[in-house]
Design a protein around this ligand. Structure first.
Ligand code: SF4
Length: 152
């Protein structure tokens, strides 16, 4: 019998820690737009590992962007909801290219991963046009029933 991904839950037996998503750059992996490492968040990782299985995701890479890549951002008074609902586009300052669809695709794949593994919570890097709770991916996860926790 073929089991559809959304019907699977790899971590749901009693006594097994539930899975949560975490932005990969918080682990010190150099997936940021400029390709440099962020400081590894040892305290956060240790605290979360006591309760959860951590599943790293970098939505911008999942969406098809390389590392290094361009450095677009959401305007100060705008959120991911403006992109999803109101037609706001993200333009890469370095190239002038519209990269909105990469960010949206990254959000959709990230939500798909959460659904496949049964993650109900995501610890996501703040200040990113994707990962921030009010970013594009944050909004897609929230709408998909995943609680997004902003990590500064
Ligand atoms: Fe990737 Fe999110 Fe970190 Fe940006 S903030 S590098 S999209 S994991």
């Amino acid at each position: 019998m073929i089991i559809e991904p959304k019907q699977q839950n790899f971590f749901d037996d009693t006594g097994v820690k539930p899975p949560v998503l975490i932005s990969t750059c918080l682990l010190g992996i150099p997936c940021r737009y400029h390709g440099r490492r962020a400081k590894k968040r040892d305290d956060l990782i240790e605290r979360l590992q006591q309760k959860y299985v951590l599943v790293p995701v970098c939505p911008e890479q999942l969406g098809g962007m390389p590392t290094p890549r361009t450095s677009e951002y959401l305007p100060e008074d705008k959120t991911g909801a403006d992109v999803l609902d109101n037609g706001l586009r993200l333009i890469a300052p370095e190239t002038g290219k519209d990269v909105t669809d990469f960010h949206i695709a990254g959000g959709e794949y990230t939500l798909e991963i959460a659904q496949i593994i049964g993650a109900k919570k995501a610890y996501m890097k703040s200040g990113s046009p994707s990962c921030d709770k009010e970013g594009i991916v944050g909004e897609i996860l929230t709408r998909g029933g995943v609680q997004v926790v902003r990590v500064g």
